[in-house]
Design a protein around this ligand. Structure first.
Ligand SMILES: Nc1nc2c([nH]c(=O)n2[C@H]2C[C@H](O)[C@@H](COP(=O)(O)OP(=O)(O)OP(=O)(O)O)O2)c(=O)[nH]1
Length: 149
């Protein structure tokens, strides 16, 4: 039987889903163990909520933006990417449809990072994010990262 991990959902916000060149990373301000590390904005799915509902809610709460989801950056397990022994995270490409991203809750800095070879090292990512950052870069190099019909 597959174990149920706590589900986290997050997005790689890009400048353009058709020709992505930059993505928006966010620096956590809490908890102490993760403060100062960079991540894909998102958070925990609440009970009674779908993964998709949760990711839209989290982005409104954390950055004050509405988003359009693109392709999922699929991980090795159904729940996406394993983060630790308790949680897994699903991640989608996304584009902002409304609002200017701001550090409303959970972050103290935002940065648009070039989708190039320096993506993994230009900021200190949460260590568990390293394979996701690599997959994000590899997928974005193919080009179009919009929703596949
Ligand atoms: N959002 C997000 N969380 C990540 C990433 N990588 C990673 O290990 N995590 C971990 C950190 C946290 O333990 C957990 C997500 O929890 P969170 O604190 O962001 O979720 P939340 O906004 O719902 O939490 P809360 O502070 O409102 O309770 O997943 C990532 O790239 N993005």
């Amino acid at each position: 039987m597959g174990e149920q991990l706590k589900q986290i959902v997050a997005v790689a916000i890009v400048d353009d889903l058709n020709t992505p060149t930059r993505m928006l990373a966010a620096r956590r301000n809490r908890p102490e163990a993760l403060a100062g590390l960079w991540e894909f904005p998102g958070g925990k799915v609440e009970s009674g909520e779908s993964d998709i509902e949760a990711v839209h809610r989290e982005l409104r709460e954390e950055l004050g933006v509405d988003i359009e989801l693109g392709a999922e950056i699929a991980g090795p397990i159904d729940q996406g990417w394993r983060l630790n022994n308790k949680a897994a995270m699903r991640v989608w490409f996304a584009a902002i449809t409304q609002g200017e991203p701001a550090t409303l809750d959970g972050h103290d800095q935002l940065a648009w990072l070039d989708l190039d070879d320096r993506l993994e090292s230009v900021v200190p990512w949460i260590p568990a994010d390293a394979p996701i950052v690599r997959a994000c870069l590899a997928r974005s190099r193919i080009g179009h990262v919009g929703q596949t019909p």
